[in-house]
Design a protein around this ligand. Structure first.
Ligand code: NI
Length: 139
């Protein structure tokens, strides 16, 4: 019988600032679309990122993926580049991209998906506040 496949999730926290602004639009249109999130000097969030990977349970360890090792990988590849930074100005992989949660989560996927194996990245959830989150499964 093939090994069962299980999805495991690690949660990471980081803080970052951003300004939601589309430079292609007028200042008035930006304010109309983004309201407080368009504040000229930005604002901060305490982000929560849930990283889910799926794979076969390893016979030797009983794990799909060591979650401590997964945490280290996610920190190194993605979180350390955003934590305590301004997403508009300091984060190379967000340059030229409006830093909404939707765009952030897609960018994180692009960094993480190639780095995780033999388990596969299957789901990211990014909480911007305790009320708002986005979810991405790579499509
Ligand atoms: Ni915001």
């Amino acid at each position: 019988m093939p090994a069962p496949h299980v999805t495991v999730t690690r949660r990471l926290l980081f803080n970052a600032g951003h300004r939601v602004h589309n430079p292609a639009l007028s200042d008035e249109e930006n304010v109309r679309l983004f309201g407080k999130c368009n504040n000229p000097n930005g604002h901060g969030h305490n982000y929560t990122l849930d990283v889910s990977v799926r794979g076969a349970i390893d016979d030797r360890t009983g794990y799909v993926h060591d979650l401590g090792a997964l945490k280290q990988l996610v920190e190194e590849v993605a979180v350390s580049k955003m934590d305590h930074r301004n997403l508009n100005l300091d984060v190379a992989f967000m340059h030229g991209i409006i830093p909404t949660s939707e765009n952030i989560i897609v960018a994180i996927w692009g960094l993480l998906a190639p780095a995780i194996h033999p388990a596969a990245l299957v789901r990211l959830v990014l909480w911007e506040t305790s009320n708002n989150y986005v979810e991405y499964t790579g499509d």
